[in-house]
Write a protein that binds this ligand. Sequence first.
Ligand code: DGY
Length: 420
Amino acid sequence: MKISINKAKKTLLGNRRRGYTLPTNNKLYPAQWNWDSGFIALGYSYFNLNFALKEINTLLDGQWKDGMVPHILFHNTKTNYYPNYTAWNCGNKIHSSGITQPPILATILKEILNKNEINKTQLLNIKKIIKKINKFHEWFIQFRDPKKTGLVSILHPWESGYDNSPLWDDPMNKVKIEKNIKYKRADNKVVNPDFRPLDIDYDRYVTIKNNLRKLKYNPKKVYKSSFFNVVDVGFNSIFLKANKDLVTLLDRFGLNKKKIENYIKATEKNFLKLYDKKRKTFFSKDIKNKKKIFIPSITNYFLLFADLNNDKINKILIQNLKKHNLKEKYFFSSIKSNHKSFEEKRYWRGPVWINCNWFIYKGLKNKDRLFSNKIRNKTIQILEKKGFFEYFSCKNGKPMGAKNFSWSAALYLDLKLNKN
Ligand code: DGY
């Protein structure tokens, strides 16, 4: 399949609705997703800055009063998606889910500002956006890290964005499925069920969601009583990087950055407590069950993106990363392919995801230029050869999941056109 920059732009425009963009144009994801919108905004910034800012503004229109930015906004209520807006039963101005997703907006906005000329009206708008993002980050610090450890928790696997990753197998096995649970999934009717999470995963997702709903999404209560509470390496890496980028943005607009700066210091220090010296790897922490999680997930390497202020650790991470995909033609598999939990085709249990490659490419740029260029070129190649699919097999590049996938197209534009 011949893929070009024009096709990437057309993919985004084809998925665009009123002020926001669907992750794909089939019925799999008929709403606005939080981190998808961040990547999508970056894509638009290569050809329509106003669409980029509008994408972010629409997402932030759904921000809750306490500061949370939901993982889904249901602009269109007439869809088959499950869990839909009635199943969540919450939102502020716009119907939404009651959980969040990786906070990438500060990073995306900084990237956009670095390479665009901004007019006065846009600048005013951007200042408002930055204040809202700051409120979102303060919400994380206040409610997802009440003990002030420098590391935040996620309370549902969907918050990570890598829903059925083997990272969550142990904590999810501990979730007791609600009695007589009733719901109707639609996702596995739209794409091959072999590519999607299992029914037992959904039973648990819905059980956790129903409990959050019962607690009326009260941020203090859900932290204490969610059936799932994990401090994840990948998620915290994204948050650390976003906090660093937020400080730059706050500074540029003369806004107070003290709180975020202090939090960054705590994160830099306490991240090292998640490092296992013997195994030379980082682990995530199951807070609910007081267990360490050692799974060779590509998301652990998002730490390179976070730019941890520690050369020694960064070198070890790069050495390990070079071994992650030794035998595979396409990289990076979301889970190391010799691990027992690896599944070639099932969503976040093995396939190659473009956003993971993007985080790692960006993280390596100032550490190992040659390696980072290799990742960039390989990622471009797979997209040009196979098309803008949601994910790919690491064995033979087989495209899977949704086609016309927005973030694959958006990040292709960044990989191709970003000159920095
Ligand atoms: C889905 O519906 O599969 C989404 O990933 C949940 O956020």
